[in-house]
Design a protein around this ligand. Structure first.
Ligand code: SAH
Ligand code: SF4
Length: 378
């Protein structure tokens, strides 16, 4: 994929032979198959789905609308497990971050950002990231693997457990929006991300509308059309520069899919119109991409795309090679865009004190020794 040469892949853990199979992450059809293998009709799968995704049940014993013998049978063969929480932190601004650990020892971070008018859950799609954007902490992590659909969905379920919002009623939710902006490049793990988002969007379960889900990509052009057609979620694009030589240096994927191609894919993204714009993320790096000329060039680049810009003050991390732009320069940049009719709010950093802000996520998975990563056999 990336050819950067420093990346190691590990397959997701295989289920133990003969052990319970996790039902989380299965599509409706797969859940029906699993239930019919136990000799039960399809409507049992619908009941099970409701218990798992609407009620958040983790124990089959609690699923009281199912017969006792069926509950025991389910418990013998299946589980509705969550990942374990390796650590949980709360920022002084209320942002919560969970470091989740999967059975193979790999870890990812999930962040909940409560705001007055909404609550956004930022979820990860990979352990680490194969791409190496120079300003991003995740990109420095050596070990990488794709998350399974189950591992992606269970971040949402675990957050609901933690904020205490089962059943998943649609009113007065704390978690109202989901953003795929945590660790990893979601369009490099599209199959699993798509399977997980279809579960998240199912109206009889977690019930997030596609308009409440935003997928952020660093610009994997060949996957963008499929993302729009199959999921129809909101798109955010990590643009960060207006000229290829600058973007090549900070987002190396640009060498493969340069700005013009990326913007063509944005123009073709289905469902984009003035009421549903593409968000362009732009990290403010001092002296690199933050001049007034850059702002003017950005207006020009976006002139025929229904777009809004999100200016992200660079969040530092230990050893980062950049500094954040000066507040005055960020304000001028934002004003220049607004004056030209492009909405460009500055994203208020959240959870910086617990390294939960954009681009600060990085799990300690890389520090685990091989012996610790692999579940003991025998
Ligand atoms: N891989 C995807 C999604 C995860 S990153 C992507 O790159 O779009 C989410 C956002 O945080 C991206 O826009 C990313 O460029 C930005 N980001 C990364 N490092 C950052 C940092 N140190 N400070 C501020 N934003 C950062
Ligand atoms: Fe990966 Fe996104 Fe970080 Fe780039 S910014 S290294 S694509 S997570």
């Amino acid at each position: 994929m990336s050819g950067t040469g420093h990346t190691q892949y590990f397959a997701p853990p295989a289920p133990l032979a003969g052990g319970p199979r996790n039902l989380i992450g299965l599509s409706r059809a797969e859940m029906e198959e699993a239930v019919s293998a136990l000799g039960e009709p399809d409507f049992r799968a619908r009941q099970l789905w409701h218990w798992i995704y609407h009620r958040g049940a983790t124990e089959f014993e609690a699923m009281t609308s199912l017969s006792k013998p069926f509950r025991s049978l389910l418990a013998k063969h299946f589980a509705a497990d969550r990942p374990s929480i390796a650590s949980a932190q709360i920022s002084s601004d209320g942002t919560r971050k969970w470091l989740l650990r999967f059975p193979d020892g790999q870890e990812v971070e999930t962040v909940f950002i409560p705001q007055e008018e909404r609550g956004t859950l930022c979820i990860s799609s990979q352990v680490g990231c194969t791409l190496t954007c120079r300003f991003c902490h995740t990109g420095t992590q050596r070990l990488v693997r794709n998350l399974s659909a189950a591992e992606i969905v269970s971040q949402i379920m675990l957050a609901r457990d933690e904020v205490g919002e089962w059943p998943a009623s649609s009113e007065d939710r704390k978690i109202t929006n989901i953003v795929l902006m945590g660790m990893g490049e979601p369009l490099y793990n599209f199959e699993n991300v798509a399977a997980a988002m279809k579960i998240a969007m199912d109206p009889e379960g977690l019930a997030f509308s596609r308009r409440k889900i935003t997928l952020s990509t660093s610009g994997v052009v060949p996957m963008m059309a499929r993302c729009g057609a199959e999921l129809g979620v909101n798109l955010a694009v990590s643009l960060h520069a207006v000229r290829d030589e600058v973007r090549d240096a900070i987002v190396p994927l640009n060498k493969k899919y340069p700005i013009a191609e990326l913007l063509d894919a944005c123009r073709a993204y289905p469902g984009t119109h003035n009421a549903r714009r593409i968000t362009f993320e732009y990290v403010m790096l001092r002296g690199i991409n933050d001049s007034v000329e850059d702002a003017r060039a950005l207006v020009e680049l976006l002139k025929d795309i229904p777009a809004k810009v999100n200016l992200i003050p660079f969040n530092a991390w230990p050893g980062a090679p950049y500094e954040c732009s000066k507040p005055k320069d960020i304000a001028v940049f934002s004003d220049t865009l607004f004056a030209a009719g492009v909405s460009a709010p500055v994203r208020a950093p959240r959870g910086r004190d617990i390294l939960a802000a954009c681009g600060q996520l990085k799990s300690a998975s890389q520090r685990l020794k091989k012996s610790e990563r692999e579940p003991a056999t025998a």
